[in-house]
Design a protein around this ligand. Structure first.
Ligand SMILES: [Zn+2]
Length: 162
């Protein structure tokens, strides 16, 4: 149990928090194969879902800003020229409905649900506020950026930006 707290408390600040906590929870509920996948992600920063999207956009000539604090929800990627924001959501932390990567841990279940529901509420608030200001919002899920699905996802992203 203490391992949860250790990782969450010390893993503060943006992406550090997201990765370490994600790993710890997944370790509880997933098999070895998934675990080693998560581990490889922790070690290799460049394979993070958000980084994959950034590299792709850059290679295709798009210029963007990152984690813009003065916009609701602090979008991961902002394309001012297209008045578009992109959120890259971890399936676990943002409660991707019906997704196999969104598995609520069997221990401390209420605590996790409360946490994740809070994130979902914040996401919805951010989307409403951004829409009100005329932003186009694209949400990409971690599961859509796995090796088997990433190509189609990025193709669709290009289309959405045209
Ligand atoms: Zn998902």
């Amino acid at each position: 149990m203490s391992i949860y707290w250790r990782n969450i408390v010390f893993g503060r600040g943006g992406e550090g928090l997201w990765i370490s906590a994600n790993f710890v929870t997944m370790a509880d509920v997933h098999d070895k194969a998934t675990r080693s996948y998560n581990m490889s992600r922790i070690k290799g920063k460049d394979t993070k879902p958000e980084m994959l999207v950034r590299k792709f956009l850059h290679a295709n000539g798009f210029r963007y800003r990152l984690h813009v604090k003065d916009l609701p929800g602090k979008p991961d990627i902002v394309l001012p020229k297209y008045k578009t924001v992109i959120f890259v959501h971890g399936c676990f932390w943002h409660g991707h409905e019906g997704c196999k990567y969104f598995v609520v841990p069997k221990t401390k279940t209420d605590w996790w649900l409360n946490k994740i529901n809070g994130n979902i509420t914040n996401d919805q608030k951010a989307v409403s506020a951004l829409e009100k200001d005329g932003w186009k919002i694209i949400t990409l899920w971690e599961c859509e950026l796995k090796p088997a699905t990433i190509e189609n996802t990025l193709k669709s992203l290009l289309k959405a930006l045209q």
